[in-house]
Design a protein around this ligand. Structure first.
Ligand SMILES: [Fe+2]
Length: 383
């Protein structure tokens, strides 16, 4: 653990916030059927505990196992301490109540649910990424749960956490977030002064860039090592082929930052990478590829590597923020939907997977206004 002298921390950052406040209140990451990480940020290193259990009486206690000092300059936190507690030995598909507390910390209570193992489960998950759309808030989750009629189980962030603006405004502490790292997340830039920032915040196993999240009938294949400005490495293609070939889950869904098919004006990296990797998705029956980076929302039909419609091809959903100025007037033939305005600065998408079908919807929300449905479509396995 790297430490900064306490007096410097107090001078630089502590003046903005009383000791004991959360700079980012507790949140949940790295979900597994038998484990979950509870994390929170403060401006000073603090002692902390997590009481947890299957009832509000908790029953078990874990202490902070890791504290990472990091720089979250984009949130006015030149020095932040990310505290992490890994809860292990949990039961799958089970609700756990938890309470974070400590001598210098106000108590925080919430609950989370572990990943299911059974494949005959309905699963609802949210999708976001880039700028204003990363990190779900309480009201977004509540809206999706009302609309879908089922609980939101996890959130897929398609990357560039380092430029999103929501971390300190309040990430809800119930739905675990899975990040496919973006170009800003892997680079040292003004927004991301610490190249290890996302590892500190998200608690990836062994700092892995590529990993899978098994959630009932869904296998989320996260290709966070995808370098959008370069061809995909042979190692990454081999890894994708091996996990897709061995997947037992019927819904193999890929998440990565770099877009393969988009009409946006921001991304220009799609075609070379598309040639390498889209046929792999197609061959292994991936119905949905979630991407970001291009600062629009767009969605293709089910297509092959040349953009021709094929019934068993993948659909490329790009959720790289919703900024109308990045969209192009004349859509490509393979584009099924592209958000064209009116101007909004945020949106939420979610999928409900049930049996052989998945329903996906996009809503936008103007500040202070109701959510508006912009896009909805259905994917069916095997065709
Ligand atoms: Fe990006």
């Amino acid at each position: 653990m790297r430490r900064t002298p306490a007096i410097l921390v107090l001078l630089v950052a502590g003046c903005r916030m009383a000791a004991g406040d959360y700079a980012a209140k507790p949140y949940v990451v790295n979900p597994k059927p038998d484990g979950m990480t509870i994390a929170w940020a403060t401006v000073n290193e603090t002692r902390g505990f997590v009481d947890y259990g299957p009832t509000p009486a908790y029953g078990r206690r874990a202490t902070v196992q890791r504290v990472d000092e990091t720089n979250l300059r984009q949130y006015d936190l030149e020095h932040a301490f990310i505290h992490k507690v890994r809860l292990r030995g949990l039961n799958p598909d089970t609700k756990y109540y938890y309470r974070v507390h400590g001598p210098e910390l106000p108590a925080y209570e919430n609950h989370f649910c572990t990943a299911p193992v059974r494949h005959d489960r309905t699963v609802c998950f949210m999708i976001g990424g880039d700028r204003n759309n990363a990190w779900p808030e309480d009201d977004d989750v509540a809206f999706v749960e009302d609309t879908a009629g089922t609980r939101v189980e996890f959130f897929v962030d398609v990357g560039d956490f380092a430029v999103c603006r929501r971390f300190r405004r309040g990430w809800q502490g119930r739905v675990p977030v899975v990040l496919a790292r973006g170009n800003h997340d892997n680079e040292v830039r003004k927004e991301n002064a610490d190249p290890k920032q996302v590892q500190h915040v998200y608690d990836f196993d062994d700092d892995k860039l590529d990993f899978t999240v098994a959630w009932g009938p869904v296998l989320l294949v996260v290709n966070g090592g995808d370098q959008i400005y370069k061809p995909v490495s042979r190692r990454a293609v081999d890894w994708l082929e091996s996990v897709l070939a061995s997947a037992a889950q019927p819904w193999k869904i890929v998440a990565c930052h770099g877009v393969f098919f988009s009409d946006g004006l921001h991304a220009k990296e799609g075609p070379p990478r598309r040639r390498q990797i889209w046929p792999v998705f197609h061959r292994f029956g991936v119905p949905l590829v979630l991407t970001g980076h291009d600062h629009i929302y767009s969605r293709t039909t089910r297509i092959d590597v040349d953009g021709r419609p094929v019934p068993d091809g993948p659909c490329n959903l790009c959720f790289g923020g919703i900024l109308v100025e990045y969209s192009r007037d004349v859509p490509s033939p393979w584009m099924a939907y592209q958000f064209r305005g009116p101007e909004v600065r945020g949106g939420i998408a979610f999928a409900v997977v049930e049996g052989q079908s998945a329903q996906i919807k996009l809503y936008t929300r103007k500040r202070g206004k109701d959510y508006e449905l912009q896009d909805q479509f259905e994917l069916t396995l095997g065709k």
